[in-house]
Design a protein. Structure first.
Length: 115
């Protein structure tokens, strides 16, 4: 069974920074894609950023240049968030996509940006 555990959320003022971490455990394939999604109240869950096992990255336009996704190893992923805006307030979810369409989600971590 694969589990994802996020950490690093919290309350920060606009313009501040936070770093989210996600660690996956269980049967993790070397070839995978990890990423971060977020869901604000009353809105659909949306992509924030993804990174492949080969370190290719993809960002939502709204965060490009402010957020950086990186990997520690095949089973860990980080999201460095800088110059945070109130619009970034959401629950952030870690995601793992493995071969054969296997998808896993973390439980989510709250990020709140005050103006």
């Amino acid at each position: 069974q694969v589990q994802l555990v996020e950490s690093g959320g919290g309350l920060v003022q606009a313009g501040g920074s936070l770093r989210l971490s996600c660690a996956a455990s269980g049967s993790i394939f070397r070839l995978n894609v990890m990423g971060w999604y977020r869901q604000a109240p009353g809105k659909q869950r949306e992509l924030v950023a993804t990174i492949t096992s080969g370190s290719s990255t993809n960002y939502a336009a709204s965060v490009e240049g402010r957020f950086t996704i990186s990997r520690g190893n095949v089973s860990t992923v980080y999201l460095q968030m800088s110059n945070l805006e109130p619009e970034d307030t959401a629950v952030y979810y870690c995601h793992l996509n493995q071969p054969m369409g296997l998808d896993y989600w973390g439980q989510g971590t709250q990020v709140t940006v005050s103006s």
